[in-house]
Design a protein around this ligand. Structure first.
Ligand code: C5P
Length: 211
């Protein structure tokens, strides 16, 4: 049987990572966190002292730093020159830089290719911003998870993370290349008033209807 891709997109802190992780575990699929890949590039700009807004410098860095993508325990992993940045990917300095590097077409080209390559390893649940629109536009399994900005802010605060969500979402939605959009054919779920379990139930229903 051919490997399938379940695309889960949405803004920051919409709950998509938790949903994707739980779903992948239940269905025995590989969970791919594409935000971590863009975060790894942003983290590398800090290590290499590269201005994330200077696209030429970032593109040059892409040729000098090795980003290796893999899988461990059914979860995607990323190493930067052999180093796992770990929790550093979620630090404030990375939050501030990530939308800038993610707006550079060459960065997206490199990472989208790596994301598509995962399908050779098995069926995937992939979460991000452009999975249904750009990475796997032909998959019938497209979900867009949203939540009100207030609920999303509360979720981040509960995790103890400083994150200017509004600013990041605006940058992600307004960029020219692969902006955050509800992909054609995607089913939208508003998770503001739902528990993770309820969102998962809804996703499972959608998969059944479309499978
Ligand atoms: O999902 P997460 O919040 O970790 O994503 C971090 C950032 O990576 C996003 O704000 C966005 O700029 C970028 N991103 C992207 N496309 C994706 C996944 C993430 O541009 N598919």
């Amino acid at each position: 049987m051919e490997n399938i891709a379940i695309a889960i997109d949405g803004p920051a802190a919409s709950g998509k990572s938790t949903v994707a992780k739980t779903l992948a575990k239940r269905l025995g699929l590989i969970m791919v966190n594409t935000g971590a890949m863009y975060r790894a590039v942003a983290w590398a700009t800090i290590q290499k002292d590269v201005d994330p807004a200077d696209s030429e410098a970032v593109i040059k860095m892409l040729g000098e730093v090795e980003f290796s993508c893999g899988v461990s325990d059914n979860l995607s992993t990323i190493l930067v020159d052999g180093v796992d940045p770990g929790d550093a990917l979620r630090q404030d300095a990375v939050n501030q830089r990530v939308s800038k590097v993610a707006a550079i077409p060459e960065v997206r080209e490199l990472l989208v290719q790596r994301q598509r390559d995962y399908l050779q390893l098995g069926s995937v649940v992939m979460e991000g911003r452009d999975i249904g629109s750009v990475v796997f536009p032909d998959t019938p399994f497209k979900i867009y998870i949203d939540a009100s900005e207030e609920v999303r802010r509360q979720r981040r605060a509960a995790e103890g993370i400083v994150d200017e969500l509004g600013k990041r979402d605006e940058e992600d939605s307004k960029r020219k290349t692969a902006p955050l959009v509800v992909a054609e054919g995607a089913v939208k779920i508003d998770s503001s008033e739902l528990s993770i379990e309820q969102v998962i139930e809804r996703v499972l229903e959608i998969l059944k209807e479309r499978g």
